[in-house]
Ligand binder design. Sequence first.
Ligand SMILES: Cc1ncc(COP(=O)(O)O)c(C=O)c1O
Length: 408
Amino acid sequence: MDYQRFFEDAVDELRRERRYRTFAEIERDAARFPHAVWHRPEGARDIVIWCSNDYLGMGCHDDVVEAMCATARQAGAGAGGTRNISGNSHAVVELERELADLHGKEAGLVFTSGYISNQTGISTLARLIPDCLVLSDALNHNSMIEGVRQAGRDKQIFRHNDLAHLEELLKAAGGRPKLVVFESVYSMDGDVAPIGAICDLAERYGAMTYLDEVHAVGMYGARGGGIAERDGVMHRVDVIEGTLGKAFGVVGGYITGRASVIDAVRSYAPGFIFTTALPPAVAAAAAASVRHLKASGAERARQHAQVAKVKRALEAAGLPQLATSTHIVPVMVGDATACKAASDLLLEEHGIYIQPINYPTVPRGTERLRITPGPFHDDALVAQLARALVDVWSRLGLPFESRAEAAE
Ligand SMILES: Cc1ncc(COP(=O)(O)O)c(C=O)c1O
């Protein structure tokens, strides 16, 4: 049996479908973020990152880096094992208190990533609720889909952000227990869920709610609690999940909710029980970041200002951006090869790094460049980005908004 051949064939299949992924080798420079060094075969080159999910640059913040270094020096590098075997590190317990407080909940539980928190959190909750029907938004992230799948419970998918469809499914389910799982900011289209209205329905039909705020925590709400905080509905959501790896700039994930719910997940979730805990240094860095963003709105304000400037610059240049009300700026290409070519040209010719987003992350025909402006993209960088995109669009013959409309 030629086992190697199976793997080669599997990868060739991706190449044939034009969805084989390559990653740029980037070395971030904490003192100059979003500037970085690109290690290419011909040698190193200075570039600007425009696609980072370290949305606020907190991964390079002095308090965060210092908390990580100081805690590692004091407590060592690793966690020493699973929490079941080695106990809770003080830093993780403090982090969980910060997170529960951030979301106004009784308790929090930290996992090694946002992916794991969704996968093991959703599957454990749904399995513990007898005869649970899971209602899941059609555009939920893969980690939530896996959580729903692993629960092995009945599931129904409601059309994206479609309240009427959700209500129809809730009503049809009758009196059985129900769990509604959804996100606040959807990361590829940058649109926002009507959280309050979903809570209205959940209350009316006796459902529990689970909200992924991965692309909102740190960035929305007076203390960075996310869209639910901004909308004044945080207290109405049963479980709020988030990541420590994006706007908080470190790594890890968590859920927050009622103490009984969190204790049940802690006690039953395999993705929590059977894996090494977050190292204390990571937990301390994440806690420093959460603490900072609770008290400081400066990063959020500056991010929102620079996002608005990027949107205006792209609009003025006639580039086909998807309108969003968030910090996510998708520029539509609509073809996998062209999307990769645009990304390559931006990097090679302009020193601008924006990873192409192709199927299966987004549906075929909606391939895009996903731009995430942050507080450290100054006005000169915004102008440079717009110029570079116009150049690449022209060279590849990609349609501009105004030109496309004129041709119709
Ligand atoms: C909506 C959503 N939830 C969860 C995750 C997983 O979070 P993490 O990167 O911390 O594993 C992602 C990751 O990109 C995401 O987009």
